[in-house]
Design a protein around this ligand. Structure first.
Ligand code: CAA
Ligand code: FAD
Length: 379
């Protein structure tokens, strides 16, 4: 066992850190205020290889391991969790499953532009009445000749109006429950497919979250991934990896808030000395650093298990459950360490505190992670 990063990991870390500092930091506050999607920044992330990091080079990916991916997610999330969720969805919810389960023709057509960042993907599982209870899908796809006819509504979809290529989950046979759910590629602009307004959110405000509506959308039969009925398992397997990405995002939010607080504590003076010299601030910093380190070990372990080809479903749920709680706790303390300055936008920590909350909700709430973990323990 060793805890050293390889040279390649360090290079990824440095590249992501530089990008976050030079390209994301300058406009992050304004994008948050305006709920403005980071169009140019995401384009540059594609050019730098951040949008398909784990995909084989023959499909335009970076051919890197999951540990590299979580390192990059952590660094970018220290500054801009809106940009990092776009990256996380494209990498682990969209590209990963396509590489693993789609046909060669589908990979040629859809994976190559997604992994290179030329096109953006979305993963549409949730519905108004099927969030945690994801098997209760109402969207349906009826086979009529060479096409499925798709009807229904998805909501809360990240990249909802910005994506080019969508993975849509739908019931192809209601009588079979979750074994009657299938997954399809749907493209932006197809007749009958529209997206709703952008949600006005507490955090990750620059990311794009919308509903999607389908009215008699014709989806060619060759756009189904795998067999009919494979969709739910496809979603669960994909989410096992996606949760590692969100755990890394939570870790990054916590580490970013901590770094801002640490620097501030050395500058801000009260009662004749830097606040870092007051023991109550020192103890806060000690608690923050310790919990971040524990979260990092869980996140890296889950990524490492995935890279080893071992079962990582429970490890990823544990990493997400724990790291998202750490993101909340640490970001709240970071605001506290900043005093009044922490309550205004200029000092970044209030944004990180708002951003932290979503990591306990999406890709399975904390309660759902506990269900996944406990089922694993009791199996
Ligand atoms: N990995 C692999 N397979 C899994 C699995 C996992 N983590 N969890 C469940 N399954 C399989 C089961 O083994 C079972 O398969 P079989 O029928 O072959 O035995 C099948 O899925 C159904 O499982 P359950 O009977 O356990 O189903 P359930 O309805 O009791 O609960 C659940 C399943 C774990 C609660 C699931 O519904 C779930 O994960 N809900 C949360 C949904 C979610 O995470 N949504 C995220 C949307 S994407 C997103 O949020 C993106 C973003 O924000 C950026
Ligand atoms: P509900 O399922 O209604 O849950 C409400 C509460 O009840 C929660 O606290 C939950 O933990 C609890 N609960 C529910 N069931 C149980 C149970 N069995 N035991 C204990 N507690 C339970 N989805 C996508 O498909 N793609 C996306 O790209 C995407 N992006 C998102 C982006 C944002 C900003 C948001 C807010 C959501 C996004 N989602 C996306 C949806 C997200 O995955 C769901 O919001 C989440 O899974 C919870 O579902 P819900 O909102 O319907 O809450």
């Amino acid at each position: 066992m060793h805890f050293e990063l390889t040279e390649e990991h360090r290079a990824v870390q440095e590249a992501a850190r530089d990008f976050a500092k030079n390209e994301l930091l300058p406009g992050v506050i304004q994008r948050d205020i305006e709920s403005r999607f980071p169009v140019e920044e995401i384009k540059k992330m594609g050019e730098l290889g951040f949008m398909g990091m784990m995909i084989e080079p023959k499909y335009n990916g970076g051919g890197m391991d999951t540990v590299s991916y979580v390192i990059a997610m952590e660094e970018l999330s220290k500054i801009d969790a809106s940009a990092s969720v776009v990256m996380s969805v494209n990498n682990s919810l969209v590209c990963w499953g396509i590489e693993r389960y789609a046909s060669e023709a589908q990979k040629e057509k859809y994976l190559k532009p997604l992994a290179s960042g030329q096109k953006l993907g979305a993963f549409a599982l949730s519905e108004p009445e099927a969030g945690s209870d994801a098997t209760s899908q109402k969207t349906e796809a009826k086979l009529e000749g060479d096409y499925y006819v798709l009807n229904g509504t998805k909501n809360w979809i990240t990249n909802g109006s910005q994506a080019d290529i969508y993975l849509i989950f739908a019931q192809t046979d209601h009588s079979k429950g979750h074994k009657g759910i299938s997954v399809f590629f749907v493209e932006k602009g197809w007749e009958g497919f529209t997206s709703g307004h952008k949600e006005d959110k507490l955090g990750i405000r620059a990311s794009d979250t919308t509903s999607l509506m389908f009215t008699d959308v014709k989806v060619p039969i060759e756009n189904r991934i795998g067999e009919e009925g494979f969709g739910f398992i496809y979603a669960m397997e994909t989410l096992n990896g996606g949760r590692i990405g969100i755990a890394a995002q939570a870790l990054g939010i916590a580490a970013g808030a901590y770094e801002f607080a640490l620097a501030y504590s050395k500058e801000r003076k009260t009662f004749g000395k830097p606040i870092s010299q007051h023991q109550s601030i020192q103890f806060k910093l000690a608690d923050m650093a310790t919990s971040i380190e524990a979260a990092r070990l869980l996140v890296y372990k889950a990524a490492w298990l995935k890279d080893q080809g071992e079962d990582y479903s429970h490890a990823s749920a544990m990493a997400k459950l724990y790291a998202s709680q750490v993101a909340m706790d640490v970001s709240i303390e970071a605001v506290q360490i900043h005093g009044g300055y922490g309550y205004v936008r200029e000092y970044h920590v209030e944004r990180l505190m708002r951003d932290a909350k979503i990591t306990q909700i999406y890709e399975g709430t904390s309660e759902i992670q506990k269900i996944v973990i406990s089922r694993g323990i009791l199996r």
